[in-house]
Design a protein around this ligand. Sequence first.
Ligand SMILES: Cc1cc2nc3c(=O)[nH]c(=O)nc-3n(C[C@H](O)[C@H](O)[C@H](O)COP(=O)(O)OP(=O)(O)OC[C@H]3O[C@@H](n4cnc5c(N)ncnc54)[C@H](O)[C@@H]3O)c2cc1C
Length: 397
Amino acid sequence: MDLQFSDEDLAFRDEVRAFLKTNLPANLLDRSDRGLHPIKEDIEAWQKSLHKKGWIAPNWPVEYGGTGWSLTQKYIYNREYFLSGAPQTIAFGLNMVGPVIYTFGTEAQKNEYLGDILASNTWWCQGYSEPGSGSDLASLRTKAERDGDDYVINGQKIWTSFAQHADMMFCLVRTNTECKPQEGISFILIDMNTPGIEVRPIIGLDQDHTLNEVFFENVRVPAQNLIGEENKGWTYAKYLLGHERNIIARVARSQYQLARLKKIARLERRGTGLLIEDNDFRRRIAKVEVDLMALEAMELRYLSQDIAGKKLMAEPSVLKIRGAEIAQAIKTLTVEALGPYGMVYEAEDQLTMRNDGPLGPDYAHGAMADHLYQRAATIYGGTNEIQRNIIAKLILR
Ligand SMILES: Cc1cc2nc3c(=O)[nH]c(=O)nc-3n(C[C@H](O)[C@H](O)[C@H](O)COP(=O)(O)OP(=O)(O)OC[C@H]3O[C@@H](n4cnc5c(N)ncnc54)[C@H](O)[C@@H]3O)c2cc1C
């Protein structure tokens, strides 16, 4: 594998670094540092400035608004992006439904949706999971029945991230029950303001409202909102799930968070010295750092294979498992580093209502919420057990 970047790549890296340093808003960086979800208006404004720069959708083909970067440049961009501490852009439009629309959508659908996704004018959510249909997604039951020029949708989705903000949902619905489950699913785009849709909040372990249940009662959706062919939705859904692999390992994000952990360990006291001088804690930091270095080497090896045109198989699953486990280990150590202040959970609204400021040092706020939310990293996007099944099927058979 070739680990050398060319002079042009290094110049590109410097350009990305300089842009992020100058343009990343301080309040967004501060929330991202603490692991708190960005406020909708802030992340939209940030995405709009990336769009203005032309960097919002590196993975999209140039004809639809992509950057035309090489695989190496995309890697460098993502790396610098997360090393700067910037929060991940909201994936539902840019990384998920956008690629499905430009690959399988009609010209009318492309014209209607792609521009607004790039400009962050529309907020999308993902309607896949249902009660009883998560890992076994093909068993989903939300039904769409054709009635004239519309589909009429009845059923329920769950764990729908940010549905409370969403203008649109891309949704998997059952359009045929008389066949293999995968062959009776369709992929449809739903305006969230359509009568008959109810969004109910689910408050997470982190006491934040990111998750929702979404109920559909006789929701009429124009048939022109169907993507591709009826009953072929499983193909489009699988295409979408495989589309995110260059950020899946979160190496740079974890490196950033590890550096923050070390900074905290240099400030916190243990016994008569500093935490960073405590041998046991140092050993645990070293362990996670070595794991992260190994993950980075693995990611670079896969990048090298990707550039050489080798088809990747189970590699995204390997990266997802290790990336999520390492991210969780760093968050756990951060909470432990904060000692008693790490135990405190302060929801955001509790904090804003207090007039005596946060408990403990400023950098402690958010650590417990982040730690708790990160438990989900080994669940969403396909659980670690399911990823292991994929590896077993593709490599160990
Ligand atoms: C924070 C968060 C955000 C999410 N956002 C969204 C969203 O925006 N849109 C959306 O559609 N969904 C979303 N999800 C849902 C997510 O995709 C599902 O939670 C996930 O697919 C697991 O499904 P489940 O919760 O039904 O668990 P189950 O599938 O019921 O799994 C329960 C346990 O059994 C294990 N298991 C299941 N099947 C197997 C098997 N065959 N072999 C071995 N072990 C197995 C699982 O690994 C898990 O440990 C989100 C979830 C979380 C936690």
